[in-house]
Write a protein that binds this ligand. Structure first.
Ligand SMILES: Nc1ncnc2c1ncn2[C@@H]1O[C@H](COP(=O)(O)OP(=O)(O)OP(=O)(O)O)[C@@H](O)[C@H]1O
Length: 956
């Protein structure tokens, strides 16, 4: 069943490519006729064994068709795998040498261009169809990639750190690698495409489509003999290695340089394994140095039929790489593999083994019984002859209950030659039968238990390593995320800081402004205080000026009081003189005088005629009536005088009122000037105008009144004068009459008539005297009255004059030079003061305003600052909330992602088929793709072998 064969090495040359042609590369290889040896025209092979060329199982020159490579290179292997052997086809060569072209082909769907893998797949299904009817096959495929020493499941790319395990029963395998049951080449192609799309591709200078990873396509074929129940399992590894060239040539750099190093490490490990395998002295094969060599462990020097396809360029441009590749192929060629069928025992075989085991068990029991018996003798102090000692051989041949009598020499030591673990042939045979899998080369030299322990421990370690690696990866990812987050947060922090800075500068500016405003405000209040003081000073100055004015007024008043008295007397004198000088006699007075003269003449004649007496009487009565008239007129004039007095009183009252009004006005003006901000000059001018107007009005009124009064006085004086004159004349007439009577009385002593007439005259005289006395009294009273009135008039005039004087004083005060100067000075002062006051008031008000504004601004800014601070706090709070939210979301997303990944891993495979075993039966039962899947024993999924069933259940 197991035969030791060398690895089959074939060599394929691709045609020269455009780069090589451009670089002037020439064909530097030659082939022998039987297409087994390739010769190099290189100086490097000038001497030594390579001079004769490199001999392989087959050489495919440029232009070899795809099907030729398949037919002559790998077709046989398909049959072996179907028969339960492990098979490996791997392509080795520099980038762009045609590995992928050979393995997968330029176009899967093209009959001409499709590569080895599609052809193998087709061959497998073809062979299944053509196989015996009692053979049932289950085909499943897996696709993985080794990239940067990590195994990635290309059909479940999220599983990117799979571990290689080894078990005694299963050999080397990739743990948790997903597999898909396939029933047709089409399904395999689909899987190939799906997996191919998930590969890590990196462009290099040499080949834009080159892959920097190793890809392994695994086809597992399980064959079950439905008649015997025997099961064989063949694994076919189809490996497309990464480019074998040196790092520098590809021009790879950066991360690609790292990649290249790791890829080269993997490939150099492959070289080391091959070297060790071909070196007879080598004791250790470094399979575990790389994932690649570990997976291909059984393919290289193990349980596998292996074909190595080395791909080369024929161009001198890639001569060095080609030479190295050829050397690699030559070395690999000498590796010997021992391929065995991976068979599970059939029920019959198992039955046989069971019988064997039962027999062995019986033999053991017998042996144990014999040993027990012998032991009892020894313990009892007996002795058993050596020939009588219990042995496995005897036990196997002796009847079951055979017991020995114990000997009596217990002191005999136990013989040292007896094996403590006897070898029972039946058991050993059973062991050999069960142990169908050969030892893996690595653990050769260890005993069986140690090997198992070693593998177990290795698997455990590998798992924990994977766990650690994934944890590390997750941690790396978290670190990366955290870094990103950190940078984001840093950016945010920077922006927040910037904002904060800007805000703090703004705040500082505002504070400064506030301070400045505060300072301005203080300054303003100080200025206001100063202005107030100045105002106070101005007020006091004004007060003093007022005082001075009032003093001046009083002084003026005092000065004029004496003048007034004098003038009054003068005026009175003048007025009275007027009355005295104007004594004109009236007509009556004249008549009376004539009458008196007549009387005098009568006196001279001695008698009066009755006519003359009658005339005298008549004249006297006329004189009396005149006196009466005069008295009446005097009464009238008295009345008029009273009226004048009343008017004067009224005028006085008015003058007093005007004075008080004037004073009030003056005070009010001063007060206004003191308190208000009215322009003093203007007010003064206004006041002046007003006063002038008032004075003018008053003056006019007084003047008119005075003229009226003067006229009236004139009239009265005239009247009084005439009355006085008439009184005087009457007096004189009276005197004359008296005298005439005296003369007449002396003349008429002699006659009765005369006596009578004398009596009459006496009576008349008496009456006249009485009248005269009355008249005198009236006159006196009139004179008194007149004098009084005159006095009053004079007083009025004086008052008028005073008022005039006052007015003139005021005018003078405002007009006189000194006064004018003073006034001007005062006015200037006042103006300045007013100006200053106004300015101060203005400043005060503006400062107040500014202070108010500043205060308002301050308040507003304070509010703004508070708002901004609140906003900042709010923003901070929101930021932290957002952060928390973001973290929570991130966490949720992570969880969901993990869940999704888990689900995806569990259920949502990109491939909707292949999770259920599809047993394919040979014997021309039709292609599984064309019709329903042939039902295995029991039908459906449940009829597959236990492993397949288990997997299908898992898949379900
Ligand atoms: N035998 C051939 N006949 C015609 N063209 C070929 C042949 N072998 C390779 N080529 C072409 O050469 C180019 C490179 O081939 P390929 O991609 O198979 O190289 P590779 O060895 O797989 O490279 P890498 O290691 O980068 O994956 C492709 O365009 C391919 O079509």
């Amino acid at each position: 069943m197991a035969s030791s064969t060398n690895i089959k090495v074939v060599c394929r040359f691709r045609p020269t490519n455009a780069i090589e042609a451009r670089e002037g590369g020439e064909i530097c290889v030659s082939f022998d006729d039987n297409l087994q040896t390739v010769g190099m025209r290189s100086q490097a092979v000038g001497s030594g064994p390579e001079k004769d060329g490199f001999t392989f199982d087959r050489v495919f020159p440029m232009g070899t068709k795809q099907h030729e490579v398949f037919d002559y290179g790998v077709k046989d292997i398909v049959k072996d795998v179907l028969d339960g052997y492990n098979g490996t086809v791997f392509a080795y060569g520099q980038t762009g040498s045609g590995k992928t072209f050979t393995m997968m082909g330029a176009d899967i769907d093209s009959d001409e261009l499709k590569g080895i893998i599609p052809r193998i797949t087709e061959q497998i299904f073809q062979s299944i169809v053509e196989s015996d009817a009692h053979l049932e096959y289950v085909v499943k495929v897996s696709y993985m990639e080794i990239y940067l020493e990590r195994i990635r499941d290309l059909l479940a790319p999220q599983n990117d750190n799979l571990q290689v395990h080894e078990e005694k029963s299963k050999g080397v395998y990739v743990k948790n690698l997903s597999d898909y049951y396939v029933s047709s080449a089409r399904e395999v192609y689909e899987i190939m495409r799906t997996g191919g799309a998930a590969r890590v591709i990196s462009s290099t200078n040499m080949n834009a489509e080159s892959s920097r990873s190793h890809s392994i396509f695994l086809i597992t074929i399980q064959q079950r003999n439905t008649e015997s129940g025997a099961v064989k399992t063949g694994n076919l590894y189809l490996v497309d290695l990464a480019g074998s060239e040196k790092v520098g040539k590809t021009g790879a750099s950066g991360q690609t340089l790292e990649e290249a190093k790791k890829i080269n490490k993997s490939l150099s490990a492959l070289g080391m394994v091959i070297n060790a395998l071909t070196d007879s002295k080598a004791k250790h094969i470094p399979y575990r140095d790389s994932k690649l060599t570990r997976i291909l462990q059984e393919s290289l020097g193990g349980n596998s039929r292996t074909t190595l396809i080395i791909n080369c360029s024929p161009s001198s441009y890639n001569e060095a790489e080609t030479l190295s590749t050829l050397r690699f192929g030559i070395r690999a060629k000498s590796i010997k593999n021992t391929a065995r069928v991976n068979a599970e025992l059939s029920p019959l075989e198992l039955k046989g083994l069971l019988a064997k085991a039962n027999l062995a068990n019986t033999n053991y029991q017998k042996y144990i019984a014999a040993l027990d018996a012998e032991l009892a003798i020894w313990r009892a102090g007996g002795h058993v002859e050596q020939s009588e000692w219990a042995s496995s051989a005897k036990a196997a041949s002796a009847p079951a209950a055979a017991t020995k009598k114990p000997s009596t020499s217990p002191s005999t030591p136990l013989p040292s030659s007896r094996s403590m673990t006897p070898i029972i042939p039946a058991i050993e045979g059973l062991r050999g039968d069960l142990d169908s899998r050969p030892q893996t080369p690595t653990v050769i030299g260890l005993d069986k238990d140690e090997r198992e322990d070693f593998l177990k421990r290795e698997n455990e370690l590998s798992d924990s390593l994977a766990e650690k690696e994934s944890a590390l990866l997750a941690a790396d990812k978290i670190v990366k995320e955290l870094r990103e987050e950190l940078s984001f947060l840093k950016e945010q922090e920077a922006s927040v800081n910037k904002e904060n800075k800007a805000m703090s500068t703004q705040l500082n500016e505002l504070r400064l402004q506030v301070e400045r405003l505060d300072y301005d405000n203080k300054e303003g209040s100080i200025t206001i205080d100063i202005l107030k003081e100045q105002n106070q000073d101005a007020k006091s100055e004004l007060e003093e000026l007022k005082k001075q004015i009032s003093e001046l007024k009083t002084a003026q008043k005092d000065a004029t009081a004496e003048d007034k008295e004098k003038r009054k007397q003068e005026k009175m004198a003048m007025m009275m003189a007027k009355f005295d000088t104007q004594g004109a006699f009236s007509e009556k007075d004249e008549q009376l005088r004539q009458l008196l003269a007549k009387l005098d003449s009568i006196d001279g004649a001695g008698a009066l005629s009755p006519q003359e007496l009658t005339a005298i009487r008549r004249q006297l009565s006329e004189g009396q009536s005149m006196v009466r008239e005069t008295v009446d007129r005097l009464r009238q004039s008295q009345e008029e005088n009273e009226m004048v007095t009343r008017r004067r009183d009224e005028l006085e009252a008015r003058v007093a009122a005007l004075e008080t009004e004037y004073e009030e006005l003056l005070e009010k003006t001063i007060h206004d000037e003191e308190t208000s901000d009215v322009d003093l000059a203007e007010s003064m001018a206004d006041l002046k105008v007003k006063l002038e107007a008032q004075y003018a009005a008053k003056r006019d009124a007084h003047l008119s009144e005075a003229t009226d009064l003067k006229q009236q006085l004139e009239m009265k004086a005239n009247e009084v004068r005439s009355l006085n004159a008439s009184i005087d004349s009457l007096k004189s007439v009276n005197e004359e009459l008296k005298r005439a009577f005296a003369v007449t009385s002396a003349g008429i002593e002699g006659g009765k008539n005369l006596a009578e007439s004398a009596q009459d005259l006496e009576r008349t005289r008496k009456a006249i005297n009485v009248q005269l006395a009355e008249f005198d009294g009236v006159k006196k009273s009139l004179m008194r009255d007149l004098q009084n009135r005159c006095e009053k008039v004079v007083e009025l005039e004086i008052q008028l004059d005073e008022i005039k004087e006052q007015y003139n004083n005021v005018i003078r005060n405002s007009n006189s030079k000194a006064q004018q100067k003073k006034m001007a000075f005062l006015e200037r002062n006042l103006e300045q003061l007013t100006l200053v006051q106004k300015q101060l008031v203005d400043q005060n008000s503006s400062l107040k305003k500014e202070a108010g504004i500043a205060e308002r601004k301050l308040l507003a800014r304070n509010e703004r600052i508070q708002n901004l601070e609140a906003l900042l706090q709010d923003a901070d709070r929101r930021l932290s909330i957002q952060n928390q939210k973001f973290e929570a979301q991130l966490q949720a997303v992570k969880e969901r992602l993990d869940q999704a990944r888990a689900q995806k891993a569990a259920t949502t495979s990109p491939l909707t088929f292949g999770r259920i075993a599809k047993p394919l039966r040979g014997g021309g039962g039709g292609t599984p793709a064309a019709g329903p899947i042939p039902a295995p024993i029991g039908g459906g999924v449940g009829t597959a072998n236990p492993l397949a069933r288990l997997q299908s259940e898992e898949g379900g």
